[in-house]
Ligand binder design. Sequence first.
Ligand SMILES: [Fe+2]
Ligand SMILES: [Fe+2]
Length: 168
Amino acid sequence: MASLVEILTVEHLSISRMDVIRGSFDHDSFVAFRSYLKECHIEIEEKICFPILETFPFPDRKVFSSNVERIKADHKLIDTLAVNIIRWSEDEKTEMLETRLPLFYKLLTEHNTKEENDLFPRWDSIDSQVLKSSSKDAISIIDSFGRKEYMRIIGFNDSSLSYFFGTK
Ligand SMILES: [Fe+2]
Ligand SMILES: [Fe+2]
């Protein structure tokens, strides 16, 4: 079983290599990616990962909390841009798409790096029982989204999924 931030980091790696945001745009794939990002990845971060980190008594707790707030504001910005990209694609505004898709990729990958640098290393301070239950809670969010669809988007097969989440 992997820890929740290890799983989120693997997702970041997978995201950074996805054709749908790196350049070869496809409407339906982008719509599916946006759903995954909002309903699965961001949901796990905001509903499971960040609240656990925010309850830990770090000496710089206040500064840390304002970092988390900034990261959450990024999520809103990223999703707004994703919704606009979908709209521009539907309206066939190709020029807007061509200029904003690289911006979306940059914004998202820089955001993910920020999480890996500023938030995720603190996961080491969290109690092992909490670590275990957090991966279980994550799989229930993934199931609400659709386990098969999650595996397809991230590139997990049955074995890697059960290894990472400790499922059968
Ligand atoms: Fe995020
Ligand atoms: Fe993330």
